[in-house]
Design a protein around this ligand. Structure first.
Ligand code: PLP
Length: 426
């Protein structure tokens, strides 16, 4: 077959884009060459519906080994008792939990999307909000932290069957103990979606939700630094069996219900090449050097947040405990929307995303905020001394977002510096 130059040229351009710029999207990272190699392997050819040892296809003995390895490494990483490594994405992992724990129309409680929550925690345009009755809690306006009083009050009056902690744009540690207490009080299942801080948690730098929640979900591609995908985990104390009866009338164990909710409930054949790449990433996360990496992610974020504050920006909650931060542009540039800011920064090869801030006066399409994160630049090798330099470049762009000459000058400085941080071995 002739080489598909059209698509490989596009891939080359994307590799160049990733290499020349400063990547500040909080949910992105650069995987290792081994993760890429496993993902691009012959394992993509294999159908393996079912689970290791119980497949619906022949010839699965080899992929069984890699899926088991992924499971064992993931258990070790978080001290989990049971895991499922098949969800194709974070949203798929969440969908499986909903399917296992709730019936259509049941109430559940999650963080308000415009206060940092995720689509799959109850947005009206997502399955979670369309098929189930979504209730929400907020962050407090005065300090940008989760309003646990409000969470408890909604839980006690509405009696949701499931309470979700976890967010897409929240820079603080969670009070899992407090949420677990109210969940126990009302008989709800407590789920933590640790997609964003999963890598910091694996490195022991933030509290491990597996110790507090009945069920934990995650993506594997953010701070964790694996291939795109999802996982589900459970710790020691999940009720087993849970007591929910299946359509056939049997009472099933929660682990079995979650397994069936992933396959055949919401997915078909697992992506065994991605599962092998997850195994590689979990193996990397078990190495001592991974803790150094995550410490640097956290330090870079803290220094970056401080540099923003020094320049007169407002950071929601005043700082960060993890890898990300949400900047409210209104204090420094009241007329600048997140949409325009994102576009100007991208033109300067600084990639970030517009984001609503809590109690935003603008819509989700315009926004008053930008979200920044340090996982990718830290993988690239940038240390804390470079964070004020980055913030200064951002400030120069945002001060004159329409000035093309100014943007070009910043872009040249970005490109000249980033050449010093090689990215891919190939
Ligand atoms: C907290 C949280 N959960 C779930 C997801 C969904 O992950 P995916 O995009 O892999 O479906 C995200 C993605 O940003 C997230 O931030």
């Amino acid at each position: 077959m002739t080489r598909d130059t059209e698509i490989f040229d596009i891939i080359r351009r994307e590799r160049e884009r990733q290499t020349r710029g400063i990547e500040l999207i909080a949910s992105e990272n650069y995987v290792s060459d081994q993760v890429l190699e496993a993902m691009g392997s012959v394992l993509t050819n294999k159908y393996a519906e079912g689970y290791p040892g119980k497949r619906y296809y022949g010839g699965c003995e080899v992929v069984d080994l890699s899926e088991r390895l992924a499971q064992e490494r993931l258990k070790q990483l978080y001290g989990a008792v049971w895991v499922n490594v098949q969800p194709h994405s974070g949203a798929q992992a969440n969908m499986a939990v909903f399917m296992a724990c709730l019936n259509a129309g049941d109430k559940f409680l999650g963080l308000n999307l415009s206060h940092g929550g995720h689509l799959s925690h109850g947005s009206p345009v997502n399955f979670s909000g369309l098929m189930f009755h979504a209730l929400e809690y907020n962050v407090r306006e005065e300090d940008g932290r989760v309003d646990y009083d409000q969470l408890e009050q909604v839980a006690r009056t509405e009696h949701p069957k499931l309470i979700i902690a976890g967010a897409s744009a929240y820079s603080r540690e969670w009070d899992y103990e407090r949420i677990r207490r109210v969940a126990d009080e009302i008989g709800a299942i407590f789920m933590v979606d640790m997609a964003h801080p999963a890598g910091l948690i694996a490195a022991g730098l933030l509290k491990n939700p597996v110790k507090y929640a009945h069920i934990v979900t995650s993506t594997t591609h953010k701070t964790l630094r694996g291939p795109r995908g999802g996982v589900i985990l459970m710790g020691e104390d999940f009720p087993n069996p849970w007591g929910k009866t299946t359509p056939k009338g049997e009472v099933k164990m929660m682990s079995a219900m979650l397994d069936s909710a992933v396959f055949p409930g919401t997915q078909g054949g697992p992506l065994e090449h991605v599962i092998a790449a997850k195994a590689v990433a979990f193996g990397e996360a078990l190495q001592p050097s991974y803790v150094d990496y995550q410490k640097q992610v956290q330090l870079n974020a803290a220094v970056m947040a401080e540099a923003f504050v020094d320049k007169g920006y407002k950071i929601i909650s005043g700082g960060t405990d993890n890898h990300c931060m949400l900047v409210d542009l209104r204090t420094k540039f009241p007329d600048l929307t997140g949409k325009i800011a994102e576009k100007a920064l991208v033109a300067a090869d600084i990639t970030t995303n517009k984001n609503m801030v809590p109690f935003d006066s603008r819509s989700a399409f315009q926004t008053s905020g930008l979200r920044f994160g340090t996982p990718a630049i830290t993988t690239r090798g940038l240390k804390e001394d470079m964070m004020p330099w980055i913030v200064n470049l951002i400030d120069r762009v945002l001060g004159n977002p329409e000035d093309e000459q100014n943007i070009l000058k910043v872009r040249q400085e970005v490109n000249a510096e980033m050449v010093k941080y090689p990215l891919f071995a190939w």
